[in-house]
Ligand binder design. Structure first.
Ligand SMILES: [Zn+2]
Length: 185
């Protein structure tokens, strides 16, 4: 009982947070609405007219994606500020992985997820890292497309976390010393 209540509370909190994130860029939209309300109430008085023109001036240059704001209120643009940052983070973590893996290889360690040949061909390895970023963004887009906006964000967050952890692990691995070749004692 208490558990579900807590989960529900957290869900509500997330909803509030999501609502805040959605409403931040859409505040001009809300303003427009109130202007319309005032317009219908005041039967087009001078005050309402000035307020209306005010919002038109306000929304004109600042929102290039304004046409898409006609979507239902809970959705957001896919390339919103949060996703921009998340995808940049995924790309950065992938770059870190690229360099940390090469660093590890230089120190004589074996790559465990890919073949050594793929990693040692730097152009191919860079392409693999880039495509991992693209696949991650594609997965986030699919989640976004089907309305799973929380999963959409988590795709990037989890990807970033795992990749960064792997990179740190790469750097932390001890340099292999070939002098101590394994053999019977
Ligand atoms: Zn979304």
């Amino acid at each position: 009982m208490r558990g579900t209540a807590r989960i529900r509370g957290r869900g509500a909190l997330l909803l509030v947070a999501a609502g805040w994130m959605v409403s931040a860029p859409g505040s001009s939209h809300a303003q427009e609405k109130t202007a319309q309300q005032v317009d219908s109430q005041g039967a087009g008085g001078p005050q309402a007219a000035s307020q209306k023109s005010d919002t038109q001036v306000g929304t004109g240059p600042s929102a290039p994606g304004k046409h898409k704001a006609a979507l239902p209120e809970k959705t957001h643009r896919f390339w919103d500020k949060e996703n921009d940052w998340l995808f940049a983070g995924v790309g950065a973590s992938r770059t870190l992985d690229y360099f940390s893996t090469l660093n590890m290889r230089r120190r004589g360690r074996q790559e465990i997820f890919l073949t050594n040949e793929a990693v040692d061909n730097h152009a191919a390895f860079a392409a693999i890292e880039a495509s991992a970023t693209v696949v991650s963004i594609g997965a986030a887009y699919l989640f976004h497309r089907y309305g799973h906006h929380k999963l959409e964000r988590w795709t990037s967050i989890v990807h970033m976390g795992l990749t960064a952890t792997g990179s740190v692990r790469n750097y932390c691995l001890k340099t292999a010393h070939f002098a101590q070749a394994p053999g019977p004692p």
